[in-house]
Write a protein of this length. Sequence first.
Length: 267
Amino acid sequence: MGVVNVTPDSFSDGGEFFDPEVAVRHGLELVEQGADIVDVGGESTRPGAARVSLAEELRRVEPVIRALSAQGVTVSVDTMRAEVAEVAVEAGASLVNDVSGGLADPAMPRVVAASGVPYVVMHWRGHSHEMDGRAVYSDVVTEVTEELRKRVDTVLAEGVGEHQIIVDPGLGFAKRPEHNWSLLAGIARLNELGHPIIIGASRKRFLGRLLADPDGTPRPFSRSDDATLAVTALAAHAGAWCVRVHHVRPNADAVRVAAAWQGGEGV
């Protein structure tokens, strides 16, 4: 899954693809590089980010989704709003990626159920301005797994089909670096939920902190791509269904390496 942030303030590429035409070109480039899905988002969810209005989010994502879909691209919409999801599906989106798992907008499960498209249910404990204060766990793998299980049960009860659900442990969302590493090491436990797993580690702060300079200065986001590749290969080998990344071509290669390793044969 390749990322297209149609925003001025996303953490790793804020403003770079804010123009719709530039965003569409970038989405097509990601497909050429090996992306199976292009994830289009119009609202930054970086820590501390302020929410944008419904009208502004729609203005950002709808033309990009429509243009990419018209060219045969499999598009997902990254949104917490049911109305944005509904418009996006009408414009051609074939997956809804909701970082709140339906908690931010109670109407979301009903919209997804009616659309029939796959639905990413992410582990979430609050909006960007408050999530860091909620990163408190005794056993992060157990707690995230159980909280995701409850969210899945809730959206199933509201009509979403079992076959539609994909789960995401929400790396970086109300998670400290040690929590993220534990969750990555615990992918096998997350697999017990019985749904495909998507991992979104690309360029996140915990990678930059791991790779910090001797004086403690974190590695810049744009220089965390090699670490992202390592996470991608390990996550694919551990059974993740998909990885969400900014730099597609080398990550697609990493997935192929993991698949060959798992299959015990070269390419």
